[in-house]
Design a protein around this ligand. Structure first.
Ligand code: NAD
Length: 500
């Protein structure tokens, strides 16, 4: 077994210095100290690795006021191409600080360094550049009008898209900086200002990102970060009367509460919630590709992935072969310190997540699932969970119905295409789904029939910045990424001009 605890002496000087800092909130371009702070722990050991500022409801008010003021300051006077240039500079700075940002993210979350480097840094820089381009491409319409009760007039009509205003963004820990940038970049492209609350466990990468945003020329007050260990602070942000839009990624339970709070203030709301995504494997699929992809669709990021392929449905003729292949991969996965390049899985984020995942594994077996693979609990203070495969499951079992958000795959076989589709759609969630087959007609039928915001064919969890990513059913409302996300941060103004 590899070393499980992080060796923090491996960190660079910048990450070490940032972790050790006495952090405040980032409001109006300044660091605002707070009276209280809370401890951040290293998931590989449970040791305290730093402290984050504990915001109060007064701090939320100050942050929202700073964001509101920014909407009548230099940010509002910038031309769209100046916003674009700021975002392009920010993308360059994110890449320049790749080591620092990815190391900070890894030690707070337990996610592999290769993953935080690729997703939170690399994908974020790519996405910022894509969204920067939208700053100059937000368009309205022009038309000649025929207003029935003004028959004599000759009128032209125009629509304008203006920034929606102050955006409250609330994000989870599983891809902390990456998802924060999914929220921040379209809001910047549209000319909005933002107050973002990171998850309690992973506040530091976003605080560092906000400093880089200032360095890139994004004016003070446009991006504000409030940190807290208290869920009431997130609720205070959502409920602040001067917030115009709420954008949230997290669990369905919290999302539902946020939707109700936003509705009472008539605020626009975008929700990216939980998932229980099916991986449908048909007998004609190329198994040499499909088996490793089925394994990594669930085990990558330790299963802490909203669109993880957590339900594997396989045609009965290849079920045992596929199951055996996935189990062999699960057995071979190297658990270890996420700073170590040879580790393939690190710990999950917290002790409570570790316990919750283990409870689901036990419940599944008690409800009749077969444990095809799962090593005993790792005897270590870190929050490690073995990759686990529960076979021969039925739709009523709790690990099949509920999002586990850990490295636990449930698997079952099907006989017909109709049965495969019914199994896939038998879920309260509808985030993603993948279909593995080379049969063109089947691809068409499945793509039409699957109840999910994203359908992938012969690939799983393929998210491109140019395609909208949003959930159906209890997986969300609205979408992140793409033009769709930019337009969601605008409000439409219609204007009528009379010609004499
Ligand atoms: P969570 O819902 O517990 O918390 C998310 C955020 O909401 C945190 O910052 C938390 O402090 C805050 N919060 C909690 N209660 C609040 C309230 N009443 N009002 C406002 N804010 C509140 O989720 P988590 O455990 O941090 O993350 C895991 C969940 O996120 C999983 O369900 C996962 O599927 C989901 N997720 C979804 C996507 C997606 O794009 N669909 C992506 C990643 C994660």
């Amino acid at each position: 077994m590899l070393r499980l605890e992080n060796d923090l002496s491996q960190l660079g000087a910048e990450a070490t210095a940032f972790l050790g800092k006495r952090h405040g909130l980032h409001i109006g371009g300044k660091t605002k100290p707070t009276k209280d702070s809370y401890a951040l722990t290293d998931p590989t050991s449970g040791a305290v690795i730093g402290h984050a500022a504990e915001a109060t409801t007064d701090d939320i008010d100050t942050a929202v006021k700073a964001a509101r003021a920014a909407l009548s300051g230099p940010w509002a006077r910038m031309r769209p191409n100046e916003r674009e240039l700021c975002m392009l500079r920010l993308a360059d700075l994110v890449e320049k600080h790749e080591t620092e940002l990815s190391q900070i993210e890894t030690v707070c979350s337990g996610r592999l360094l290769g993953n935080t480097r690729g997703v939170d840094v690399g994908y974020s820089a790519h996405f910022l550049r894509y969204m920067a381009g939208w700053s100059t491409k937000i368009e309205g319409q022009t038309m000649r009008l025929s207003i029935p009760y003004l028959p004599e007039g000759d009128f032209s009509g125009f629509t304008f898209r203006e920034p929606i205003g102050v955006v409250a963004a609330i994000v989870p820990w599983n891809v902390a900086l990456g998802i924060a940038v999914w929220k921040i970049a379209p809001a910047l492209a549209a000319g909005c200002s933002i107050v973002l609350k990171p998850a309690p466990q992973t506040p530091l990468s976003t605080l560092r990102f906000a400093e880089l945003a200032l360095e890139a020329g994004i004016p003070e007050g446009v991006l504000n970060i409030v940190t807290s260990s208290n869920a009431k602070i997130g609720a205070a942000l959502v409920n602040h009367p001067d917030v115009n839009m709420v954008t949230f990624t997290g669990s369905t339970a919290v999302g539902r509460q946020i939707a109700m709070d936003a509705a009472s203030g008539l605020k626009r709301c975008s929700l990216e919630l939980g998932g229980k995504s099916p991986f449908l494997l048909f007998a004609d699929a190329p198994l040499e590709r499909a088996i490793p992809d089925a394994a990594w669709a669930i085990f990558s990021n330790h299963g802490q992935n909203c669109c993880a392929g957590s339900r594997l449905y396989v045609h009965e003729s290849i079920y045992e072969e596929v199951l055996d292949g996935v189990v062999q991969i699960a057995k071979s996965i190297r658990l270890g310190s996420p700073l170590d390049a040879s580790s393939q899985m690190g710990p999950v984020v917290t002790r409570s997540q570790q316990e919750r995942i283990q409870n689901f594994i036990a419940a599944g077996q008690a409800e009749g699932a077969r444990l095809a693979y799962g090593a005993a609990a790792v005897d270590h203070p870190g929050y490690y969970v073995s990759p686990t495969v529960l076979a021969d499951v039925t739709p009523d079992m709790s690990p099949v119905r509920e999002e586990i958000f850990g490295p636990v795959l449930v698997a079952a076989s099907f006989k017909t295409d109709e049965e495969a589709l019914a199994l896939a759609n038998n879920s309260e969630y509808g985030l993603g789904a993948s279909v593995w087959t080379n049969d063109f007609e089947r691809v068409n039928r499945m793509t039409r029939g699957l109840e999910a915001g994203s359908v992938w064919v012969n690939v799983h969890n393929a998210l491109d910045v140019a395609l909208p990513f949003g959930g159906w059913k209890n997986s969300g409302l609205g979408a992140d990424l793409s033009e769709t996300a930019v337009l969601a941060h605008t409000k439409v103004k219609a204007s009528v001009h009379r010609h004499f």
